[in-house]
Design a protein around this ligand. Structure first.
Ligand code: OGA
Ligand code: MN
Length: 296
């Protein structure tokens, strides 16, 4: 079957048909997917049923894989492969985590608009989430994931604002983002392991040559500016960039794979009935250098 793309928003997010992600990828398919990522930034594949090994092997076609904070914390894990992030509300025994479970409270940070791992000196590129168990609809929502287009958000800024922010560098810090939701219970040694990282506020996306805002809940302030002033600018830009016209909301079905480009999007998880299991698995590709080294 030929690969077919269907845009979900005019130039943001597309559904891709005709590729079975469980099979080894040929170079042509990898190229087709990269081209679609560069154009749409978010891709949706339906009806895939991948084992963690298949998800890891598929993702590895797109770059070296991240081993995330969760897998690095040590202790028993529900998932065996360190390259597969556990984006679920389940503990090591696959039981729904208690309301006050530390890991659950940490992962509530995903409900803030963010781009992944921007607190790392070399951040990540592609996120790939695979839905294994999806919670039912509830009054709180169904655990959707929303994505916002940072290229379109940049384009829509007034020219004077673009000129003002073009050369700025923000400091990104996991402790700042988690602190916003009152989460401070990091394991001993984590502060030292994850010092804040500087990142360009405006990036040039290499695949599309489009300029894009690089915002995240992890972004704390602007280097060289009074903290409050930078923080307020970041909040204003985030409010601008997450308006409805820039957002695609993904309603999960079991078997979905969603790929997004962390360099030019933000995303956030939405609430759901926390008594119900929600089990998503994530593979993530790493970038090769700091945003400060990249062309702007
Ligand atoms: C992530 C993330 C949000 C969600 O996996 O990086 O932020 O909806 N997930 O689970
Ligand atoms: Mn995330």
């Amino acid at each position: 079957m030929a690969v077919a793309l269907r845009a979900l928003r005019p130039s943001f997010a597309a559904e891709v048909d005709g590729i079975d992600l469980s099979q080894p990828m040929d170079a042509g398919s990898v190229r087709t997917i990269w081209d679609a990522i560069d154009r749409y930034a978010v891709l949706v594949f339906r009806d895939q049923r991948l084992t963690d090994t298949q998800l890891r092997d598929f993702a590895a076609e797109f770059g070296p894989l991240e081993i995330g904070r969760g897998a690095l914390q040590g202790g028993r894990r529900r998932l065996v492969l360190p390259q597969i992030g556990d984006i679920s509300n389940l503990d090591e025994e696959s039981r729904v985590r208690a309301r006050d479970d530390r890991r659950r409270l940490d992962s509530l940070g995903n409900r803030l608009w963010h781009t992944d791992a921007s607190y790392m000196p070399v951040p990540v590129v592609l996120g790939m989430l695979h839905a294994v168990v999806v919670p039912p609809a509830s009054v709180l929502g169904g655990g959707e994931t929303e994505f916002a287009d940072m290229r379109a958000a940049y384009d829509a800024l007034p020219e004077a604002m673009k000129a003002e922010i073009d050369g700025l560098v923000a400091e990104h810090d996991i402790f700042w983002s988690r602190g916003q939701i009152g989460f401070t219970e990091f394991p001993p040694g984590e502060r030292e392991k994850y010092p804040p990282s500087p990142q360009r506020l405006v990036r040039l996306h290499p695949g599309s040559q489009r300029k894009t805002l690089y915002l995240s809940a992890h972004a704390s302030h602007i280097l060289g500016w009074p903290v409050g002033e930078g923080r307020l600018l970041l909040w204003d830009l985030t409010a601008h960039a997450t308006q409805n016209q820039f957002v695609y909301s993904h309603h999960w079905r079991v078997g979905d794979v969603v790929i997004w480009d962390n360099r030019c999007t933000m995303h956030r998880g939405r609430p759901h009935d926390e008594m119900q299991p929600r089990d998503l698995r994530r593979a993530t590709t790493l970038d090769s250098g700091s945003t400060l080294e990249q062309a702007a």
